[in-house]
Write a protein that binds this ligand. Structure first.
Ligand SMILES: Nc1ncnc2c1ncn2[C@@H]1O[C@H](COP(=O)(O)OP(=O)(O)OP(=O)(O)O)[C@@H](O)[C@H]1O
Length: 270
């Protein structure tokens, strides 16, 4: 991408992708992605297994570079910025993060250690201010009472919420949530959707991007949606415009019927 094609308002965009492609071996994981995320937007990335959602999110997390095109994250172009300096400005919550946390780590330490970009408390001395903030975040996510428990003893839903608190600990400018409701039972999913709705409606919360397979997991308050299929965008824009039976069917390769009940969505085979 030429310098001229960087948009003038790049400083107002938390993510900007221009004609982005990602190739591995002979496969195109992503192709022709053009996407902008503004400061006050809350995006859902929806698509089937292997659509390229995690690949897209890992670029937004400054964890990988595109093979072609240009990616700007928080005004910095990947490839021209020190990724290690950019990463602390992004809160990233994924299964990979969860897998790296030792099960004998205390919940409050899982959260507080985010500020030091380490997994495990090791020997850092944390300021009481940081511990207070971690406790506040855990309280806000409804799991404050587990602060002294070991991470490995938490239920799946409690772990997910701990990871969201951890991702918020550094006061990130961008929050990325990769399938936060995966593995949760119905009650756990509904609890999490309610918490994510609170977060989405909080004007002080960072721009947020949520990856999911299921329309049922779209929290009210999220504003925009990208439908991905086979590494390409099927549709993107305001949720109300983009989330239709037709687009959903195109993204998942079968006839699907989308239903709306209040501010929630449901889908089934037509
Ligand atoms: N290093 C690699 N080499 C070849 N193919 C890869 C590589 N990494 C990922 N892929 C493929 O790229 C595609 C997109 O992967 P990605 O993890 O981004 O999809 P996803 O939409 O997050 O999928 P899921 O919903 O199943 O987690 C998949 O088909 C995956 O097998």
């Amino acid at each position: 991408m030429s310098e001229q094609s960087v948009p003038e308002n790049i400083d107002d965009l938390v993510v900007h992708m221009a004609d982005v492609g990602v190739r591995r071996g002979g496969s195109k994981l992503l192709n022709g992605i053009n996407w902008s995320v503004e400061l006050d937007e809350r995006w859902v990335i929806l698509g089937g297994n292997g659509a390229g959602k995690t690949t897209l999110l890992r670029m937004a997390a400054a964890e990988m570079h595109p093979s072609s095109g240009a990616v700007h994250v928080l005004g910095e172009q990947l490839g021209k910025v020190d990724m290690f300096e950019l990463r602390p400005r992004v809160g990233f919550c994924s299964a990979a993060t969860a897998n790296r946390i030792p099960p004998d780590e205390k919940v409050v330490d899982v959260v507080v250690s985010a500020g030091y970009a380490v997994m495990g408390r090791w020997r850092e001395e944390y300021e009481s201010l940081d511990i207070g903030r971690a406790q506040e975040l855990l309280d806000g996510l409804g799991i404050g009472r587990f602060a002294d428990r070991l991470f490995g003893t938490l239920s799946e839903g409690e772990r997910k919420r701990t990871l969201i608190a951890r991702a918020l600990m550094t006061d990130p400018e961008l929050l990325l949530l990769d399938e936060p409701a995966a593995g949760l039972d119905l009650g756990g999913r509904e609890d999490l959707v309610a918490k994510l709705t609170e977060l989405a409606l909080d004007p002080d919360a960072p721009a947020t991007i949520l990856v999911t397979h299921h329309v049922e997991e779209i929290p009210p308050g999220f504003t925009h949606l990208m439908l991905l299929s086979s590494g390409a965008v099927v549709a993107q824009g305001l949720i109300d415009d983009v989330l239709t039976s037709e687009n959903l069917s195109a993204a998942f390769g079968q006839q699907l019927l989308l239903e709306r009940s209040g501010d929630r969505f449901f889908a089934r085979r037509a």
